[in-house]
Design a protein. Structure first.
Length: 161
């Protein structure tokens, strides 16, 4: 797995009144597919529209990787597939492909995000943030190769799960 484009984090934790405790589970993705959303869920390939509240102008590029965080766990690493946001004023979407997840694991048993990332990051809202936009990230991961070192650390941590 190549994490050289991992530079974003996004919180996707559903609200307390949502019908599922976790977002983008295999069951949730299948429901999206059955309800007519453009979803590919075949073997090792899962592609779905990742939702963002409101209009977005975040400069996500095709190939960028986003860590999805919910309930203090990294549950997915996804790759952006399309060139721009689409949707309504209420919701914007980007098609993403899952490159890492543990669909058959009880996600409550996943390690805390701090263990996976080597730093405690708390993104607010559902907007994607660059890792290096967090002060805690910049104070933990220092130097000219800090992002590459971080990506190698995350790859190592994910390989242990």
């Amino acid at each position: 797995m190549d994490l050289s484009r991992l530079q974003w984090i996004k919180v996707v934790t559903p609200p307390a009144d949502y019908h599922s405790h976790w977002a983008y589970t295999p069951q949730e993705i299948e429901k999206m597919k059955n309800s007519g959303s453009q979803v590919i869920n075949h073997g090792e390939t899962t592609i779905f529209p990742l939702g963002f509240r409101g209009k977005q102008n975040v400069p996500l590029e095709v190939g960028d990787l986003i860590a999805l965080k919910q309930h203090a766990k990294i549950t997915h690493i996804v790759e952006v597939l399309d060139e721009q946001f689409f949707g309504t004023d209420e919701w914007s979407n980007r098609y993403v492909k899952i490159i890492w997840w543990k669909p058959d694991t009880d996600w409550a048993s996943l390690p805390h995000a701090k263990e996976v990332l080597g730093v405690d990051l708390t993104p607010m809202k559902g907007t994607p943030y660059l890792f290096d936009s967090f002060k805690d990230f910049s104070s933990t991961w220092k130097g000219p190769d800090s992002l590459k070192e971080f990506q190698a650390f995350v790859l190592n941590q994910l390989s242990k799960i």
